[in-house]
Write a protein that binds this ligand. Structure first.
Ligand code: DC
Length: 226
């Protein structure tokens, strides 16, 4: 297979991987470099978790949550998520959301709601990068390029720890590592659309690579025969 970087060709790139593998950081930089749209699909699961938490909803109450979500406007602007025109980017990154989001994302009706939001954005975009857990397998099975980013749990925990430290959230490295392992477990073992590498995805292990090296690796893949 070979790719050429012709903008306007309706190219879709899927980036999947576990928590802390660097998906969002890489996808953001790559989308900028390629001038592609970008959807952080995890942000949608986080936003719904945030709504459930702040509105004190019962996560299993499918009818009520479906009604609320169908009447809610989700929008990305400058890589930040807006819900009914209010930016909730910093709220959804808090550890209180990270701790609960995997359970919410395991509910099939929530996945359907998120996928219909994603579909609407994909349908009006020409070239797009999506990152998540089931992009290459379920959301964009026909993506021209599928990447599976991975890193060992210790490295991923350290990255998340430094991110949270930067935001003045106090949590120990040990706790983060335990939470990451727990989230990997829930994300990989749910019945619907579990975290999986698509058979045709290219695996990139990021333990020993810095952000720019990963971006360059993917960019080079787009320009070379695979
Ligand atoms: O990438 P993240 O940590 O922001 O993702 C938040 C959660 O959402 C994570 O527990 C897995 C879930 N998720 C998912 O199930 N499917 C996706 N396409 C994206 C995220």
């Amino acid at each position: 297979m070979s790719f050429s970087l012709i903008i306007g060709e309706d190219m879709k790139i899927a980036i999947d991987g576990p928590a802390g593998s660097g998906k969002s950081t890489i996808a953001k930089l790559l989308s900028k470099k390629l001038n592609f749209e970008y959807i952080d699909t995890g942000a949608l699961y986080r936003a719904i978790t945030y709504i459930i938490k702040t509105e004190n909803l019962d996560a299993e109450d499918e009818e009520n949550i479906s009604n609320i979500i169908k009447n809610t406007n989700f929008r990305f602007h400058n890589n930040k998520i807006y819900v009914n025109e209010i930016c909730i980017e910093s709220e959804i990154r808090k550890n209180s959301i990270s701790k609960n989001v995997s359970d919410v994302a395991a509910l099939p009706f929530i996945r359907n709601l998120v996928n219909s939001v994603i579909r609407k954005i994909v349908d009006i975009s020409e070239n797009i990068i999506l990152d998540g857990r089931d992009i290459g397998t379920v959301v964009l099975p026909d993506a021209e390029l599928k990447i599976f980013l991975d890193a060992t749990p210790g490295i991923r925990a350290k990255r998340r720890y430094l991110e949270l430290l930067d935001k003045n959230e106090s949590i120990s490295l040990k706790e983060i590592k335990e939470e990451i392992i727990q989230r990997d477990y829930i994300d990989s073992n749910r019945d619907v659309a579990p975290l999986r590498k698509a058979v045709d995805a290219i695996v990139i292990l990021t333990d020993d690579l810095n952000i720019q090296e990963v971006v360059d690796k993917i960019y080079n893949l787009l320009n070379n025969d695979l």
